[in-house]
Design a protein around this ligand. Structure first.
Ligand SMILES: [Mg+2]
Length: 427
């Protein structure tokens, strides 16, 4: 079966995070943690370069050469028209005919992210970026309390405005989870404090899906259990949550109670990331190419999101395959034009599989990795006429995969930790 024919659609998802096992020591109980989130980041940076864009409905789009170019970010005016991230430019313009679209320029976003990180580093040695527009800062607990945190947050907000011409929302709390939540509560250009004294009042009435790592699948499961708010989650029986949701259930119960001891923020320095990979060990052995195609598409969509999160593209893609007798091998291929979309990654990965697997034995595990990573900004933005178009039937296969194979766990190839396998995000 040849998979790269037919309609093509890019798939992006905001706010994806890959948890990493990088050692993170959680320490003193009186920590002060800030989470800074620059508002409407891509659109705001574009408005710094072209102030005329400030007063118009604006969308930053990828790949305008394609009819399927999608909205990567928008400003508040476009938001009011109902323009949402991830929809096609075509749909966005139907909602808002006066919408101004600009092509994403990742070198700019990377540059401003680095400027912002320099500002953060004036206040803390423990800065953990989360994508380009967000970062956690942990203040020195010996020298700070929550009031000091508020002062620092106000100073950072002022610096970001004066020096970068951008605005940021900042959450100040005693843990990573609530500080992240705090930065979402008031926008733009605001500080929200969630302390040990006010967290029940501030956080527990909020919907459970606002909590970090509650995706659409988990949200539905929680809903079925009658858990609607973060407070419901915090007051639930953690053992019951574990039974229903696995390890994640217990973790979310901890988060809802402000306990981040088991939270591992993403590794601090994008420059240290050499490879991004995911794999799936299937619940049953795979005996046909359709299921392999669907699995590869899920894996490649996950890798694509992780690449986007760090503003990377890849010049080398490889696969790992293990058969049911535990024989395993890798294949990789390099190319000059870097790639990062699910379709592009899938095309390479599936070709590698087809060229290397003889089907004398069923497949037990399959993985994909992206190497030779480069910043978006370090390559010329150009549009290649031979962008792959993937058979739309792949989406049906992905959708129906759990029926055929059962529950699928996407694993981070580097750490062997369970990644965030929200299949519903992918399709
Ligand atoms: Mg933001």
């Amino acid at each position: 079966m040849f998979w790269y024919t037919g309609a093509k659609e890019h798939l992006f998802e905001d706010g994806y995070c890959q948890m990493n096992t990088a050692a993170y020591s959680c320490s003193a109980p009186e920590r002060v943690v800030l989470h800074c989130d620059m508002n409407n980041y891509f659109a705001s940076v574009e408005s710094v370069y072209n102030p005329g864009l400030k007063g118009v409905p604006l969308a930053v789009c990828g790949d305008p050469a394609s009819r399927h170019g999608i909205v990567l970010a928008k400003n508040n005016i476009a938001k009011r028209y109902g323009v949402v991230t991830g929809e096609s430019m075509f749909t966005a313009k139907a909602k808002c005919p006066s919408l101004v679209t600009v092509t994403a320029d990742y070198s700019r976003y990377l540059k401003y992210a680095r400027f912002a990180r320099k500002i953060y580093s004036r206040y803390s040695d423990i800065v953990t970026p989360y994508g380009l527009d967000e970062a956690w800062l942990e203040l020195d607990s010996a020298a700070s309390d929550i009031n000091c945190g508020i002062t620092v947050a106000d100073e950072i907000r002022t610096c970001i405005k004066k020096e970068l011409g951008l605005t940021a929302s900042i959450g100040v709390s005693y843990n990573y989870i609530f500080s992240k939540l705090g930065s979402d509560i008031k926008k733009p250009d605001a500080v929200t404090v969630i302390s040990k004294d006010n967290y029940k009042h501030m956080v527990w009435n909020r919907p459970a899906f606002e909590l970090l790592f509650v995706g659409s699948v988990t949200r539905k499961k929680l809903y079925k259990m009658g858990i609607l708010s973060i407070g419901d989650l915090a007051r639930s029986d953690p053992m019951k949550l574990s039974r229903e949701l696995g390890k994640r259930g217990y973790m979310l119960w901890e988060y809802a109670n402000g306990d981040d001891r088991n939270f591992c923020p993403t590794i601090t320095n994008d420059d240290e990331i050499k490879s991004i990979g995911n794999s799936i060990t299937t619940p049953v052995d795979i005996t046909n190419s359709d299921d392999i195609a669907a699995l590869l598409y899920i894996i490649c969509s996950g890798i694509s999101k992780r690449l986007a999160k760090h503003s990377f593209k890849s010049r080398c893609v490889g696969i790992n395959v293990k058969n049911c007798e535990f024989y395993s091998y890798s294949r990789r291929t390099s190319f000059t034009a870097p790639i990062n979309t699910p379709d592009e990654l899938f095309e390479v990965a599936y070709k590698l599989f087809q060229a290397s697997y003889d089907w004398t034995k069923p497949v037990r595990m399959i993985g994909v990795f992206a190497e030779r990573l480069c910043d978006y900004g370090n390559e010329q933005l150009c549009f290649y006429p031979n962008t792959p178009v993937i058979n739309p039937r792949i989406k049906d296969l992905v959708r129906s995969l759990p029926e055929r194979l059962g529950k699928i766990k996407l694993e981070d190839s580097a750490t062997h930790k369970e990644a965030i396998p929200d299949i519903q995000y992918i399709i």
